[in-house]
Design a binder for this molecule. Structure first.
Ligand code: TXA
Ligand code: MG
Length: 315
């Protein structure tokens, strides 16, 4: 794939919006760091983000929206959320809110969890793309997994050239570190220090924030062994289903109730993963047998999530 560099003018924004609508990825400047943006409503686009970054597991991603009204479409709002949004949006603050189910976000964005991280970026180019595309944009930092976050277009290209459709060239980022992440699914908690000082947030809330370490086990669900565990038990690397099991296939497994990808495409499989697990789980199946998924590319992330889903459940 040839990665195009788009100028941040009307024509560049229009081209970028067209690529986003087509499920492609565009690196975009934000005031914190460059983000790797894809349509958060499109599971294939979101799967491509993980593929381009080479992420070995599906960490939940931040959803970028134009304003608080759009944030309330996807996250459950509260007085606390309103206070922080009024004080600091647009800006380098991400709020983790209870997910509004049925609002259309790809389950891959929240890694199958019932919360969602949302931020309103201040950068005019990010805002222009949000307006032109009309879609919420899932965007992690635009670097390969394990590398440092990019604050200049050249950083993005050195890691992702040839792996993404385009980059909107906005020059260097102002803030240079990622957004501060506050969890608002319970007691307000600092999940990641970042570009907005904690003191400013505490002043706006009128109360101290809990620190992540005090709540590790509950607030870092992506790190838990048993995460997005279906109520059904799961048996992995199964060649066929046994009595009492429903089969989740891959690559056209004979007799499968659902198949992650009939053609064995890992991007398609990643896009389908959480939705299919959920469908089988709510079908009332007591046990799910899952066909082997190859341990390469996105297959590593798929297998990571399958292993977590299959892990013994905590009481
Ligand atoms: O400044 C930023 O926040 C940049 C720019 C591009 O906006 N984005 C960014 O995204 O840093 P990323 O994917 O590199 O970091 C996302 C962080 C991860 O640590 C992830 O675990 C956390 O957000 N996160 C996302 N959704 C979450 C959720 N539902 N609950 C808890 N943490 C969540
Ligand atoms: Mg990052």
């Amino acid at each position: 794939m040839h990665t195009r560099t788009l100028a941040p003018d009307a024509a560049g924004i229009t081209d970028a919006a067209r690529l986003i609508a087509d499920g492609q990825l565009v690196a975009i400047p934000t005031e914190t760091v460059y983000g790797l943006a894809g349509d958060a409503l499109n599971s294939t686009a979101v799967a491509r983000i993980f593929e381009a970054k080479g992420r070995p597991s599906f960490n939940p991603l931040i959803v970028h929206v134009a304003d608080s009204a759009a944030a309330q479409t996807y996250g459950v709002w509260s007085d606390m959320a309103d206070r922080l949004a009024q004080a600091f949006w647009p800006g380098p603050l991400t709020l983790v809110l209870p997910l509004r189910a049925g609002a259309g976000l790809s389950p891959l964005v929240s890694a199958g969890q019932d919360s969602v991280a949302i931020r309103v970026p201040a950068h005019p180019i990010a805002q222009a793309l949000l307006a032109a595309s009309g879609a919420p944009l899932a965007a992690p930092s635009a670097n390969p997994s394990g590398r440092i976050s990019p604050t200049q277009p050249q950083h993005v290209l050195s890691g992702l050239d040839g792996r993404i459709a385009a980059i909107l060239d906005g020059g260097p980022c102002d803030v240079g570190v990622e957004s501060t992440i506050i969890g608002l699914t319970g007691t307000p908690i600092l999940l990641r220090p970042g570009g907005l000082p904690v003191e400013a947030i505490e002043a706006a809330l009128g109360a101290p924030l809990a620190l992540h370490s005090e709540h590790d086990a509950i607030t870092a669900p992506g790190q838990m062994a048993s995460h997005y565990a279906p109520t059904a038990t799961m048996r992995l690397n199964a060649d066929s289903s046994r009595a009492g099991e429903v089969m989740l296939g891959f690559g056209g497994t004979p007799g499968a109730e659902l198949d992650l990808s009939l053609s064995g495409d890992l991007i398609e499989a990643a896009a389908a993963l959480f939705g299919h697990l959920h469908t089988l789980d709510v079908s009332g199946a007591k046990a799910i047998a899952v066909a082997p998924v190859p341990e390469r590319g996105l297959g590593r992330a798929i297998n990571d999530r399958l292993r977590r889903a299959a892990a013994p459940k905590p009481d």
